[in-house]
Write a protein that binds this ligand. Structure first.
Ligand SMILES: [Zn+2]
Length: 238
């Protein structure tokens, strides 16, 4: 028999899971628990990859631990995580306190899985075939070429600041830097990885091409190295 959520997560960790889902719901105010579930799953993956909780830019060991809790819970018992999401929606929107966070009425697990899969496909995450992803890559490259970085005249003193700003906000500039640093570019959301780390000199730095919310670059070796910085820092370091 598979282990249960209670066996794999300590009581404190299960509370942490509920707290995190409620925190996310307080910000996003979803009306559909499926949306909340899809987003908590994304956050789990982001946290494990070195993002900081709810703001991306600073990440500590507690963020990674939270990522582990979220992904473990989803892998072991998605229905319980779904129940927490289903309770968190009315709790945040209307103050309805559930009797038990991990119970939320009878629903068919296959129905929920199907709904979540549809949502992900609509959002363009995690549910594409390789062929679809390839076609999109070509389309993306064309789109980026069309809106290649606009050259604006910038006084010399502002040049550095302008460059830092572009690297923070413009996908085209971020893609250029990723190529320049011989990063591997793949995935959805598109991610540059295997870039030389300025601190530990392994090819372990990654960042998102579309900055979304995590604009910074960070080293995958959270425990042994822990380097992170802006793309401007990264560009200047190598
Ligand atoms: Zn490193």
């Amino acid at each position: 028999m598979l282990p249960t959520i209670e066996e794999l997560l300590k009581e404190g960790e299960r509370k942490e899971l509920v707290k995190s889902i409620v925190q996310l719901q307080r910000i996003e105010k979803y009306t559909d628990p499926n949306d909340l579930l899809v987003q908590i799953e994304r956050w789990g993956a982001w946290l494990i990859n070195g993002a900081g909780w709810l703001h991306f830019d600073y990440s500590g060991p507690e963020d990674r631990a939270k990522g582990e809790i979220i992904t473990t819970a989803l892998a072991v018992d998605m229905m319980k995580v779904y129940a927490i999401c289903k309770n968190a929606v009315p709790y945040v929107l209307r103050g309805t306190v559930p009797e038990r966070w991990t119970e939320a009425g009878v629903e068919d697990a296959d129905d929920i899985r199907a709904r979540i899969k549809t949502k992900k496909i609509n959002m363009g995450i995690g549910a594409k075939t390789y062929e679809e992803a390839d076609v999109e890559k070509v389309e993306d490259a064309k789109r980026r070429a069309r809106k290649a970085i606009k050259r604006t005249r910038v006084p010399l003193v502002n040049h550095e600041r302008e460059m830092a700003k572009r690297l923070k906000t413009e996908p085209a500039a971020r893609l250029l830097l990723a190529r320049e640093l011989q990063g591997a570019i793949r995935g959805a959301p598109e991610t540059a990885s295997a870039i030389l780390c300025p601190a530990c000199t392994r090819r372990s730095v990654w960042f998102f091409i579309e900055p979304e919310g995590k604009t910074s670059a960070s080293c995958n070796h959270q425990n042994s190295c822990g380097w992170w910085g802006s793309l401007y820092d990264l560009a200047r370091a190598v």
